[in-house]
Design a protein around this ligand. Structure first.
Ligand code: UDX
Length: 429
C-alpha cells in the first residue's frame, strides 16, 4: 500500500520504516529540512536499536523515501498518517497546534479519497476536530475519512514493539477505511481492535496512565516495605504471579520519567477535568512519583550529611535503559538537585552522554563506567541499564573514599553488597 507519514520524529520514523519493512511504499515527510537531508544521506537523527539498519535497508530497496513536501506525500499516498508532536502547555493541557497545522496542509493537498490517520497521542475528540478542519480547509469536495490509530511504542524497543504489537487499535467513524487499515497491518499478524474514534483516543491515555499507576503503586508499596522490613522485589514477584496483575511494570524505582508518562498523566487529568471529572487517583500517581525522588534524595542527605564538596558518581542519565533520551529523566533531575547542594558529580551513561551534555553543566562526564567511582564519596545508580550489573564492584570499593552506594533501580543484591563492605541503600528493601 502507499503510505505517507507526516512528522519524522521518533514515532513517525519508526512507523514509516516498519511499514516499509513489511513491503508498503512509504514517504516520510518532515518540515525540518536538515533532518530530511540527514535521512536522505543515510544518517539517522535518533538512537533506537535496530532502526538505522532498517532505514538503510528499506531506502536502498526503494520502499522508503524522505521529503519536506507534504503536498507530494499526500498526493502520492492512499493513507496519510499524522505523527507530529503534541507537547504539553504550561497548564498541563496539550498543544494541538501542530496537528491542526498538518490537518490544514492535508486539506490543501486533497485531490482524491484519502484515509487520514492520527498516530500522535491526542485528547479524546481530537479526531472530530481534525475531520472538521480538513473539511473546512479543503477547496474541492473530495471525500476522506479520519481514523485514530494510537501508538504504544516503548523507546528503546520501538522497532520490536512496532513489528510485534500486542494489539492494533483502529478507531473510525465509518466502515469505509477499516478494511484498508486492516490490510495495512495484516503483515504484523496482531489482534486488531476496531472502535469508534473517541474510544481509540481514550485507549492511549488510559493505557499510559494505568502503567504509570502501576509504577506508583509499587513505589508506594516500597515505602511500606522499608518501614516494615520487607523486600519490595519479593512482594512484586508474589503479586505479579497473579495473571490478573502481571509482573511487568512492578519495579520500584526513584520514579518514572520520559516524554510520555508525565505528559500523558497531566494531559489526562486536564481532559478529565474538562469533561467534568476530578481524576484524583491520577493526581496521587503524580504525587507518589514526585515523593519517590524526594525520598531518595533524603536518603542521600541522611547518609552523607553535608553534600557540599562531596564527590558523587552517577551511573545513568537516560530516563530508562536502551535509549539516549534524557527528556524528563529522573537521573538528570537527581543530578541537578545534588549539584544545587554543592556536590561534584562524575557521571556516565552508555548512550545518553551527548544529549545530557546539553542540559547538565559543570559535571565530569566519564567514558568508562568502571572509572566513575574514582575518589567518590558515594555512587548512585539512576538508570536501569543492564550493563551496570556488570560494574566492577570490587574496584569501586577500593577507589572510593568510603564504599557507599545508593541504588535507585535495585540492580544489586542487598546481602552481597553489604558483604563486600558497602553501605548500600536501595528502594523498598
Ligand atoms: C511508555 C509506554 O510504555 C509506551 O507504551 C508508550 O507508547 C510511551 O510511553 P516509554 O516512555 O518509552 O514508553 O518508557 P517505559 O518503558 O514505559 O518507561 C517509562 C518510565 O517508567 C521510565 O522512566 C522507567 O524507568 C520507569 N519504570 C518502568 C519504572 O520505574 N518501573 C517499572 O517497573 C517500569
Amino acid at each position: 500500500m502507499k503510505v505517507t507519514i507526516i512528522g519524522t520524529g521518533y514515532v513517525g520514523l519508526v512507523t514509516g520504516t516498519c511499514f516499509a519493512e513489511v513491503g508498503h511504499q512509504v514517504i516520510c515527510v518532515d518540515c525540518a529540512a536538515d533532518k530530511i537531508k540527514l535521512l536522505q544521506a543515510g544518517g539517522i537523527p535518533i538512537y533506537e536499536p535496530g532502526l538505522e539498519e532498517l532505514v538503510k535497508k528499506n531506502t536502498a530497496a526503494g520502499r522508503l523515501r524522505f521529503t519536506t513536501s507534504t503536498k507530494e506525500g499526500v498526493e502520492k499516498s492512499d493513507v496519510v498518517f499524522i505523527a507530529v508532536p503534541t507537547p504539553p502547555l504550561p497548564d498541563g493541557s496539550v498543544d494541538l497546534s501542530f496537528i491542526e497545522g498538518v490537518a490544514r496542509e492535508i486539506a490543501a493537498s486533497l485531490t482524491r479519497y484519502k484515509i487520514v490517520v492520527d498516530k500522535s497521542t491526542v485528547p479524546v475528540k481530537t479526531g472530530e476536530k481534525v475531520a472538521e478542519t480538513i473539511k473546512r480547509y479543503s477547496k474541492s469536495r473530495v471525500e476522506f475519512d479520519v481514523v485514530s490509530n494510537p501508538e504504544f511504542l516503548r523507546e528503546g524497543f520501538a522497532v520490536e514493539d512496532f513489528l510485534h504489537p500486542d494489539r492494533v487499535v483502529i478507531g473510525s467513524r465509518s466502515q469505509r477505511p477499516v478494511q484498508a487499515m486492516k490490510e495495512l497491518y495484516a503483515p504484523f499478524h496482531a489482534p486488531i481492535i476496531v472502535t469508534d474514534i473517541n474510544s481509540a483516543e481514550l485507549i492511549k491515555h488510559a493505557a499510559n496512565c494505568f502503567l504509570s499507576l502501576k509504577i506508583s503503586y509499587i513505589n508506594a508499596l516500597s515505602v511500606i516495605c522499608e518501614a516494615a522490613g520487607a523486600n519490595i522485589q519479593e512482594v512484586a514477584n508474589g503479586i505479579g504471579m497473579d495473571a490478573r496483575i502481571g509482573r511487568q511494570f512492578l519495579d520500584a524505582s526513584l520514579g518514572f520519567g520520559g516524554s510520555c508518562f508525565p505528559k500523558d498523566l497531566s494531559a489526562f487529568i486536564k481532559i478529565s477535568e474538562q469533561l467534568g471529572y476530578d481524576f484524583a487517583l491520577l493526581k496521587d500517581v503524580q504525587q507518589i512519583n514526585a515523593q519517590q525522588m524526594d525520598r531518595f534524595v533524603k536518603k542521600i542527605n541522611e547518609t552523607l550529611w553535608v553534600l557540599k564538596d562531596k564527590k558523587i558518581g552517577v551511573l545513568g542519565l537516560a530516563f530508562k535503559q536502551n535509549t539516549d533520551d534524557v527528556r524528563m529523566s529522573p537521573a538528570i533531575d537527581l543530578c541537578q538537585r545534588l549539584k544545587k547542594e554543592g556536590a561534584h558529580l562524575r557521571v556516565h551513561d552508555p548512550k545518553a552522554m551527548e544529549k545530557a551534555k546539553a542540559v547538565l553543566k559543570d559535571v565530569t562526564f566519564v567514558a568508562d563506567m568502571n572509572e566513575v567511582a574514582d575518589g567518590c564519596d558515594a555512587l548512585i545508580i539512576a538508570t536501569e541499564w543492564p550493563e551496570f550489573k556488570k560494574l566492577d564492584i570490587e574496584k569501586a570499593r577500593k577507589v572510593m573514599t568510603h564504599p557507599i552506594m545508593f541504588d535507585g533501580r535495585n540492580l544489586f543484591d542487598v546481602a552481597e553488597m553489604e558483604q563486600m563492605g558497602f553501605i548500600y541503600k536501595s528502594i523498598g528493601r
